[in-house]
Each structure stands twice: as C-alpha cells, then as structure tokens.
Design a protein around this ligand. Structure first.
Ligand SMILES: Cc1cc2nc3c(=O)[nH]c(=O)nc-3n(C[C@H](O)[C@H](O)[C@H](O)COP(=O)(O)OP(=O)(O)OC[C@H]3O[C@@H](n4cnc5c(N)ncnc54)[C@H](O)[C@@H]3O)c2cc1C
Length: 467
C-alpha cells in the first residue's frame, strides 16, 4: 500500500491553495489535485500565465486579480505536492484512509489520504431560456475563461442576468478593450425591496469595500456608454443555426437586440457532484435556491474525514474561501495529530474573524440576487437536459405519470445520464419536480451521483493503477 497523505486537497482555487499553505507550514504531507493547467481556481484562472504573457490585461484586471498571483506564488513555494491537469473522478471513504482516484495524462491512479478536503468551488446556475442551446449562447463564466486564458473577447456580446459577476464581466471586457453591446439586468424589482432592510448589515466588516466595488463597476459601464436595461424578463435567444438576436422585456416593454454571443448568468451555486457522490448530507438554501453540503464550523462534512471549504460548501466569495481553507486546514492538522484541540482553535480563531468580515455582505447580496421565478420554471418547450435532449414539458409529463423526484425522472427519461452527469440539468429538474408535486425542493431531492464524476474511457478504467 502506498504512503498515506495527511491531507489530499481537491481543487487549487483560493480555498485549496490557502489550506495547502497552512498544512505545509505545519509539516503535514499534503497533495493538491486540480484539473486545470495551473493553480488559481475560477477567479484566478490562468493568473500565473497572464502575469507573464499578457501583462497589460493582467494589470487591467486590477488588484483583486493580482492578489491571486501572490497567492499562487506562495502556494507554489509552500512545499505541498501539486498535480495539475489531474481530474478526480471518484473518492471512496475508508476507515483508515480515503481512496482518491485521479486521472492524469490519460492514466488513472489512486492516492490515499487521512483527510480529504473538497475545495471544488462553484458552478454557474443553469439558465434554461428558449434558444439557450444555440451556438453563441454561453455562460458569463465561459466568456471569462476565454478572456482569462486566451485574452479573447467577443465583439457582439450581450450580457444577460443578475449578480456581481454580470457587472464584473462587463467591466473586464471593457478593460480588455471590448465594449459589450448591452447588459440586460434581470434582478427583479421585488428583490430590491426585500434586500433593502439587509443593507445596514452589509455596511459591516468588508461590506463597504464590496459595495463600493459594485457601484464602481456600474459607473464604469455608464461612463463607457454601455446600455443597461433593467427589470428584464422573458429572455429568448433567436437564430436558426446560431444566436443572431435576443428578445426580452425590460420594465414590461418588449425589445429586441442583434447579438452573436449572449452570456447568461443567474449567480453561482455550490458544485455538489463530488460531495453528493461521497454521500455527504446536503441542505437546501431557500434564498440562494441551491443545495449545499452540511458542514460544521471546521468544514467537516457528515462523512468522517471529508471536509469542504470554499464556494463548494456555500457561496461566500474568494476571500471567504481562503479563510475557510485555513480553518479546514487547522482541523486536518488536528486529525493528522499535528495539533491538539486547543492549538487548532487558536489557529482557526483569526480566520473566523476574517471570514465574518467577508461574509457580512452576503445576506444582502443573496437576497438582492435571489434568482427570479422564471429561471426555475422554464416553458415546456425549453430543453433542460442538454445531453439527453429532454424538455421541461417531458419532465412535467413524467411527474404527472408518477415520477416522484429527479431520480425517477432519470429512470423515465434518462435525464442526467449524459456526459455532464446531471451537472447542467440537476438543479432545474429538482425545481420542476418540486413545483409539479407542490413540495419543497428539499423534499424533491437531487440526483444520486455515481462515479466516474467526469467521463473517463473504459480502457483507462481497466488499466487504473492501484499504487
Ligand atoms: C464560472 C465562474 C466564474 C467566476 N468568476 C469570478 C470572478 O471573476 N471574480 C470573483 O470574485 N468570483 C468569481 N467567481 C466566484 C469564485 O469562483 C469564487 O468565489 C472562488 O473562486 C471560490 O474559490 P474556491 O477555492 O472555493 O473554488 P474555485 O476557485 O472554483 O476552485 C475550485 C477548483 O477545483 C477544481 N476542480 C473542480 N472539480 C475538480 C475535480 N473533479 N478534479 C480536480 N479538480 C477539480 C477546479 O479546476 C478549480 O480550480 C466565479 C465563479 C464561477 C463558477
């Protein structure tokens, strides 16, 4: 049997990198696995490369992005073992050690860990509107990937949705020299009034800094003359073989714009595939309308020795993710016998204070950007499971025919059985089943997730190395 790592960390975003640095500082044997080419996660994607090869764009993305470069440098030098382009496709909990199965360069192998930290971050909420499967319809995150990894920005881009990332992306495009044609803000009017009482709380901790940044982004768009349409509903992407136009209503008035690329975004939700596959208990967040793994104050999930930190445990943002990573690291050091309970608590205490500062604004943001009802109730003809080509109407018909929840919908219709393993359709299928049966989404539940979490070939599986 190969040596057992004190900790294996899945994900080299802010949470994973911060955890690794803390663990390595205390002489723990730690391995970090990430499927990307370099450290950084979603927010700091491609940060090392960009700072070297595209210094002007790097500077234009501002100090928040530059912070990622410093963090990545500290991570590189911390002494943790790091494997890039290493995709984890299964974790099997064990009594003495957990097995982590990872695919790298077309070969799969197993590593063993006393503690596993799931730091796999968030994903964008699916936005199933008519035409969202046409080429040219993308997510805001996908546009960012092109920007951060290749410095490429579409010229005929319309950004439609709600949440901080909508305005951030628009400003990042401007910084890269490409002016978005328009921003369609889908924040419902009712969200503004519901969020207002939470504003005083958002003025605590680091809240004012975040608010100032958001206002600054909006002012930059105004200065550059980017049209912003408010209270947008009824979005439909038009085109035969690709997106050519977008139809929508703003303040109830029907409008139409030409656009070759549309970025859809309705906030981010925890990426739950891995924690689901591990059998971790999850709970439903009714404001953010997403499931998240249940964790204690140290990131321990309901599965012994499996911890969660960062956006994968609940959306808090990149700086909060760092603090959560360091808190989870303190607990993993205790589990590895390197700290006693009191030393763990001392190490975690300043991180808890930092975390609270960054989370102060969350109740306000969560309420302001709670997804509009229409995102959860797509029209019958809209495709929901893109892999198996199943419409919302077919899912509703399956519910009428007796399917009680997402797993029965899967048996009836093969929803969630394609290459994405239900990542894209899962959240919407749960919402549709809940609405169809008049029950809560928590009662409707979510897909049971099976390995492999992401596709690998049968040949690779057959040749997987045990040690
Ligand atoms: C598409 C997208 C874009 C975003 N852009 C911004 C932004 O510009 N600014 C901002 O403030 N916030 C942004 N956010 C929110 C931001 O990602 C988080 O607040 C922050 O990055 C959370 O850090 P994290 O460490 O929890 O996860 P992440 O930074 O998401 O890191 C998770 C890491 O896990 C890896 N991973 C996932 N699954 C596996 C697997 N099976 N095997 C191996 N590795 C795996 C990923 O490759 C990734 O590197 C974005 C979120 C998303 C989903």
């Amino acid at each position: 049997m190969s040596a057992v790592f004190d900790a294996v960390i899945i994900g080299a975003g802010p949470a994973g990198m911060a955890a690794a640095i803390t663990l390595a500082d205390h002489d723990a044997r730690v391995l970090v696995l990430d499927e990307q080419a370099g450290p950084g996660g979603q927010i700091y994607r491609g940060v090392e490369e960009m700072s070297l090869t595209m210094p002007e764009l790097f500077a234009a993305l501002g100090p928040d992005y530059a912070h990622g470069d410093e963090l990545a440098a500290r991570f590189r030098n911390c002494g943790a073992e790091y494997r890039a382009r290493a995709m984890v496709w299964q974790v099997i909990p064990g009594e003495e050690a957990h097995e982590v199965w990872v695919s790298q360069g077309g070969r799969s192998s197993r590593v063993l860990a006393r503690s596993v930290l799931v730091a796999t971050g968030a994903m964008e909420r699916p936005v199933p509107v008519p035409g969202w499967t046409l080429p040219g319809a993308m997510t805001a995150g996908a546009i960012q990937v092109l920007l951060k990894s290749a410095g490429v920005v579409a010229e005929d881009l319309v950004i439609a949705g709600a949440g901080p990332l909508v305005y951030l992306l628009a400003a990042q495009c401007l910084a890269a020299g490409a002016r978005p044609m328009a921003v369609l803000d889908t924040t419902p009017r009712g969200n503004l009034t519901a969020a207002l009482p939470l504003l005083p709380g958002a003025l605590r901790g680091k809240g004012p800094g975040y608010l100032a940044k958001g206002i600054g982004l909006k002012l930059a768009l105004r200065r550059e003359g980017v049209p912003v349409f408010s209270f947008v509903t009824d979005i439909a992407l038009k085109g035969t073989s690709e997106v050519t136009d977008i139809a929508f209503k703003s303040r109830g008035r029907p409008l139409w714009l030409s656009a070759g690329v549309v970025a859809l975004h309705e906030g981010v939700i925890p990426a739950q595939q891995m924690t689901r596959a591990l059998g971790c208990a999850h709970e439903w967040d009714d404001v953010q309308r997403c499931f998240r793994p249940r964790t204690d104050g140290f990131g321990n999930s309901s599965v012994e020795g499996v911890l969660v930190a960062g956006d994968g445990g609940g959306i808090g943002g990149a700086r909060a993710a760092e603090h959560e990573g360091r808190i989870a690291a303190a607990e993993m050091l205790r589990r590895a016998g390197k700290l006693d309970d009191a030393a763990r608590d001392r190490l975690a205490a300043p991180e808890r204070r930092g975390l609270a500062q960054h989370l102060a604004i969350r109740p306000f943001l969560d309420r302001l950007y709670a997804p509009p009802a229409w995102v959860r109730a797509p029209a019958d003809e809209v495709m929901i499971c893109r892999c198996e080509e199943v419409t919302a109407g077919a899912i509703r018909a399956a519910a009428s025919a007796g399917a009680q929840g997402p797993n029965q919908a899967k048996s009836f219709l093969r929803t969630g059985m394609g290459a994405c393993q239900g990542r894209m359709c899962g959240p919407v299928v749960s919402e549709i089943m809940a609405a169809a049966h008049g029950i809560s989404v928590e009662q409707a539940g979510y897909y049971r997730i099976r390995p492999p979490l992401k596709p690998i070939t049968v040949g690779e599986l057959a040749e997987a190395e045990l040690d």
